[in-house]
Structure formats: C-alpha cells, structure tokens
Write a protein that binds this ligand. Structure first.
Ligand code: SF4
Ligand SMILES: [Zn+2]
Ligand SMILES: [Zn+2]
Length: 310
C-alpha cells in the first residue's frame, strides 16, 4: 500500500489514510507539538523535569521535549528524572538504555530509588504488603513513583513535570475509574493532571496524550531508539492488564474506540474538575508532601512495611 501523500511504501494505516516513514514521523511530531501548544503544556521560563524510565513512551517524550524547545527556540532548562523501583531483570535494562540515550542526547539525568527513600525495593515490598493488606503491586508502585517524582522534581527546582502517558494509558485509566466507581479521581486526568494547585505539588503534563501505543512504538522503531519493548513482569497480574486486553480487542473490531473514550472524557472534563474543586489538599504530617488525608499514601505504605518487620 502506498503513502497517501507521496505514494512511497506505507508503514502505517491510520483512520485518515496510509503514511510512509517520513510522513508518519512528521505527522507524529506535529501531533505532539500541537498538543503542547494547544494545552500550553510548556511555557517559557519554566524548569522542566521529564519523567523517564527508559521505555518507549518516556524516551519519545524526552526526545520530543528537547526537539520542541529547539524548534521554538525556548531556552528553558530541562532534565530527565528516573525512578528505580527495584524490579529485577527489568528496570536495570531500561535504565541502561536511558543512560546511553541521555549521554548521546546530552541530557542531564537524575535517578531516585524506592530503596533509598523507602528502604525497600518493589520486589521486597510486594510480598510483605500482599500478605498483610492484599495491596496490588501496581498500586504500591504507582503511589511511591508519583511521590518520588514530585519530591525530586521539586528538590531539583522543576516547575513542571512531563510524563510519557499516551492515549492508550489514558483510555485505560478512564475505564478503570469508571469500572471501580472511583468518581473522586475522575477529574484528575486529561493532558494536564490534577485539579488543584498546591505549593508542594508540581503540575504534570502529557504531550503524548493523543498518540496511541502503536504509533509511539512505530515512532521509536523508525527513529531507531534503543528500547526494551518487554513489559514489566508485574503488569500481567494487574487489573489494568485486563482492561488493556479488552480495549485492544474492541479497538481491533471497532476502530476509533480509544479515541472515542478520550473525546467523551475531554467533553466532560470541565464539569468533572468543577465537582472536585472542594477537595482540600493537605500536607502530610510525616513528610510534608501533598496528601488527601493527614498522612500521605506513600508514608502509609512505608509504615505498613515497617509494621511487618516488627
Ligand atoms: S506494571 Fe505495575 S509494577 Fe510494573 S512498573 Fe508499571 S505500575 Fe510498576
Ligand atoms: Zn509519504
Ligand atoms: Zn508523607
């Protein structure tokens, strides 16, 4: 099949037609830059922290943040921040790719870890917490990762955190929140995360918001990024994995399903943000980071592990 624009060999067929390598790369980069401009995800004079893991999404968003700043001649400082959860046979490989990538691209990289801040790797925490409280591994991982991202971005004086969440990630979380009736969390998604400003909370933004998983994967292949495509070993057991399988099967049968979920969500988002307005954000009594209750979720988890050791 030929590219709709130049008749060269097509590498992908999208809803609006087929594209060759060069036209797909321009289409993809253009879509990311338009998202940044439309939602004002990057503004001048900000210090930007790009949350990275060395996976396909985060390398793409890191590379395109650099390209965007160069294209628009924006002199903002920016750096990459990775969190080492301590997942054996997985994270060290992606972190090695990330270190190599940052060296090639001359991007400053900082790495924080669960072990250093919580005295426990994810591998060590899961059996203890599972036994005690039946917590899901991705729940533990997510709470600690978000916590460290905010903490270290702030420590390194960032005013904005860029993440690599893509359209598939977002559609999955929208469905998860709906299926689990997490109505309190409903208004916190979108290209700009959260509903509240807080002196200790750094705003998180998602330039890959309208890019599907398939598009991001193809972009990294065509750009020849060194990427580990294998999934995290814990992802298979998660609730999210079932949602992902269901959504993929729906998308295969009914093209545009994921985009439809995103579009419906964005239409409702102003209302959802309005309903979340009264929620009070406190400071954790132990660590002073933002929290919904007196003690933040990250400190609660750490406390649960300490109790297991008693
Ligand atoms: S799949 Fe779950 S455990 Fe693995 S990195 Fe993602 S959130 Fe963490
Ligand atoms: Zn073409
Ligand atoms: Zn805390």
């Amino acid at each position: 099949m030929g590219c709709n624009k130049c008749k060269s060999k097509a590498v992908i067929t999208l809803q609006h037609g087929s594209l060759c390598k060069n036209h797909f790369i321009s289409y993809f980069e253009d879509k990311v830059f338009k998202t940044i401009n439309k939602f004002r995800l990057i503004e001048r004079n900000e210090k930007i922290c790009v949350a990275t893991s060395g996976g396909k999404d985060s390398l793409t968003v890191l590379y395109l943040t650099k390209k965007y700043l160069e294209k628009y001649n924006i002199k903002n400082d920016f750096f990459a921040l990775a969190i080492d959860e301590g997942i054996s046979n997985y994270r060290e490989k992606t972190l090695n790719n990330l270190k190599e990538f940052c060296k090639q691209q001359k991007i400053q990289l900082h790495i924080a870890s669960f072990e250093e801040d919580f005295s426990s790797t994810l591998d060590q925490a899961i059996p203890k917490l599972n036994k005690k409280t039946k917590r899901n591994q991705c729940n533990i991982c997510g709470v600690w990762r978000r916590y460290l991202l905010n903490k270290y971005a702030k420590k390194l004086s960032a005013t904005k955190v860029i993440t690599g969440h893509n359209l598939d990630d977002e559609a999955q979380v929208i469905l998860m929140n709906t299926f689990k009736a997490n109505t309190k969390l409903a208004g916190r998604l979108g290209p700009i995360s959260g509903t509240h400003e807080h002196e200790h909370f750094i705003q998180r933004v998602k330039p890959l918001y309208f890019c599907s998983d398939k598009e991001v994967k193809l972009y990294t292949l065509l750009k020849d990024f060194k990427v580990q495509y294998a999934e995290c070993p814990y992802s298979k057991d998660g609730y999210r994995n079932h949602i992902q399988e269901m959504l993929n099967s729906f998308e295969n049968r009914f093209k545009g399903t994921k985009q439809g979920i995103i579009n419906s969500y964005l239409a409702l988002l102003p209302l959802l943000k309005e309903t979340d307005k009264d929620l009070e954000i406190k400071s954790c009594q132990i660590c002073n980071e933002p929290a919904n209750q007196n003690i933040c979720n990250a400190c609660k988890l750490k406390g649960e592990i300490e109790k297991c050791l008693m």
